[in-house]
Ligand binder design. Structure first.
Ligand code: GLC
Ligand code: CA
Length: 583
């Protein structure tokens, strides 16, 4: 497929940006209640500016009962007191702007909280105005209008509080009732709310679970995919048509007039829909590339999920680039608040390969893991698209050890634990499944230093701090030129270097040595010609390359061995970025 060059040259303000995702609850606590807050984000703006990121995506910080960590909003216009005040949000917007950064908020409009005024009114009077803001159906006690399984497990229908004989739809948790987008009044309310935030200076949105806003009519059963007789929502949404009407209205009425930047959470998209979703005239500026995140997943649940290998990661990246690049700018991620940490996710197999053959000391193992994290960073950062860094990724934070069921916070992890037990796993086994895949892994407090509370808080934190904060923390890495943090800074400044910026942003992408199992390599070609090369295996690899790729722009180890003319010798997990020099 030919690239849509006209589009990429329109030079939108966000084309060359780097996004940083902030999970405010775990970022920085400034009032000593153990919970991160907006004051904490403001306090760390200098840190973020120094890191070099441009767009700050703040996960939901609106008023919420926090059943799903703020993705259950009870007032869209109000910052939750736990995070601070609306005035502080305005201060954050202003201070970010002063430092050349933009803020986007999380837009969660597939559902609200069951404590939102709309839903409370709907329960009080299901026939009234607000009853029409939701999907409410007549259904007897044991009756379910459809056999859909919610994303967090269990049926999507729950009894409407105070209304025997009625049920309402929630594709996530029962405390997250779905909003009825068929209702023009609801849409108008949502659009006004979006404009209200844009008027305050927010530059756009990360758009949550958006493909779910359209439901397939008539609502009906689908073929069950598990013994519970239900079908997963992915199947239902995959067969739904007609979301265009809502999304084009949102684009026309809200997003375009503000030149807003949007990045949509779209999963399992159909390839033919990509131009509609993210093309030049697409509904969104960008959408996440989640393909690598879903590696190893199983329809049955987490207990049946397989670890992902670096080779799978590579193949999936190539496939994703091929699919997305012709249309626009996907947003590339290694981690987010819904996924385990990337080192734990992608490096394990290769690490075993290496450590299995050698006796490594603890320090050597840590050095190897660090090298691996830097390699992953290089590999995704220079792909075509917009890089997004999740808080803590830039210092190489790791998964959280989980020993007791009581320590699980993530609602989806609780559902998956139950699912694993029903499938016959022992409690220990179920816990180890959750340990690997729980969303809590990435939601532990940010590790700012090695003092008690990891510099995150002076109080007991709302969630356990990973005990490895004494080894892995921002303060220590700040002064260490070889740290993961220092490496991220180098990587960011390379991407922004005027000599290479256009090539990284607009240049073409071509996989190199696709059949070479131990390598992930690609070229970015534009004003400059760049080769990204990494050894994704546990052994030394020798690669023949065009000898004119001789300028080393970035290297995650001290070693760079050119063996005679045109052969590069790479250590395990070594990643280099090379520029072609034409004399
Ligand atoms: C998205 C969010 C996730 C949340 C869900 C429901 O997938 O990333 O954290 O649980 O939507 O809002
Ligand atoms: Ca606080």
């Amino acid at each position: 497929m030919e690239r849509d060059d006209a589009y990429i040259r329109t030079g939108k303000w966000w084309h060359d940006k780097i996004i940083y995702e902030i999970y405010p609850k775990s970022f920085m606590d400034t009032n000593g209640d153990g919970i991160g807050d907006l004051g904490g984000v403001i306090e760390k703006l200098d840190y973020l500016q120094d890191l070099g990121v441009d767009i700050l995506w703040i996960c939901p910080c609106y008023q919420s009962p926090f059943i799903d960590q703020g993705y259950d909003i009870s007032d869209y216009y109000k910052i939750d007191p736990v995070f601070g005040t609306n005035a502080q949000m305005e201060e954050l917007l202003r201070k970010a702007r002063e430092r050349g950064m933009d803020v986007i908020l999380d837009l969660v409009v597939n559902h609200c909280s069951s404590e939102h005024f709309w839903f409370r009114e709907a329960c009080r009077d299901p026939q009234g105005k607000y009853g029409k803001y939701f999907y409410i159906m007549d259904a007897g006690e044991d009756e379910l209008p459809t056999n859909w399984r919610s994303y967090f497990g269990g049926p999507v229908w729950s009894p409407l509080p105070g209304n025997p004989g009625k049920k309402y739809l929630h594709v996530f948790h029962e405390k997250q009732p779905d909003l009825n987008w068929e209702n023009a009044e609801l849409r108008r309310d949502i659009f006004s709310m979006m404009k209200w935030w844009l008027d305050k200076g927010v530059r756009g949105f990360r758009i949550d679970a958006i493909m779910n806003i359209k439901k397939p009519f008539p609502l009906r059963n689908y073929n069950p995919d598990r013994e519970d007789g239900m079908v997963e929502m992915e199947t239902v949404i995959g067969q739904t048509r007609g979301i265009e009407q809502f999304l084009s209205e949102m684009k026309r009425e809200v997003l375009d007039p503000y030149d807003a930047f949007t990045v949509a959470e779209v999963c399992g998209e159909r390839e033919e829909d990509l131009p509609l979703l993210m093309g030049r005239e697409g509904f969104f500026s960008s959408m996440f590339d989640f393909r690598e995140m879903t590696l190893g997943m199983s329809d049955k649940g987490w207990y049946d999920r397989k670890p992902a290998t670096l080779r799978q990661y590579r193949d999936m990246c190539y496939a994703a680039q091929k699919a997305f690049n012709p249309y626009g700018f996907q947003t590339n991620v290694l981690e987010n608040h819904d996924s385990p940490r990337c080192g734990d996710r992608f490096l394990q197999e290769a690490m075993h390969e290496i450590t299995g053959k050698n006796t490594l000391t603890k320090d050597e193992k840590q050095a190897l893991a660090e090298k691996g994290k830097k390699m992953l960073a290089v590999l995704y950062f220079f792909l075509h698209g917009i890089p997004c860094i999740y808080q803590g990724q830039e210092i190489g934070m790791e998964n959280m050890p989980l020993e007791r069921f009581e320590d699980i916070d993530d609602v989806s992890a609780l559902g998956e634990y139950g699912c694993a037990i029903r499938a016959g796993l022992t409690r220990e086994e179920a816990l180890s499944v959750v340990q690997q895949f729980s969303r809590d892994n990435s939601r532990t407090p940010m590790q700012w230093n090695d003092l008690e509370g990891s510099g995150f808080s002076t109080a007991e934190p709302w969630m356990r701090i990973n005990p490895n904060y004494v080894l892995i923390n921002e303060k220590q890495q700040e002064s260490d030129g070889g740290s993961v943090l220092s490496f991220y800074k180098k990587m960011i400044s390379l991407r922004k270097n005027p000599a290479y910026r256009n090539t990284f942003v607009y240049g073409s992408f071509t996989p190199v040595c696709e059949n070479e199992n131990d390598l992930m390599a690609y070229r970015r070609t534009g004003e400059a010609d760049i080769l990204v090369l990494a050894n994704i295996s546990g052994q030394i690899v020798k690669v023949p390359i065009d000898p004119s790729f001789c300028r080393v722009l970035l290297n995650n180890t001290d070693a760079f061995i050119l063996e005679g003319e045109g052969t590069v010798c790479l250590e395990p997990f070594q990643a280099v970025v090379l520029e072609k020099i034409t004399l």
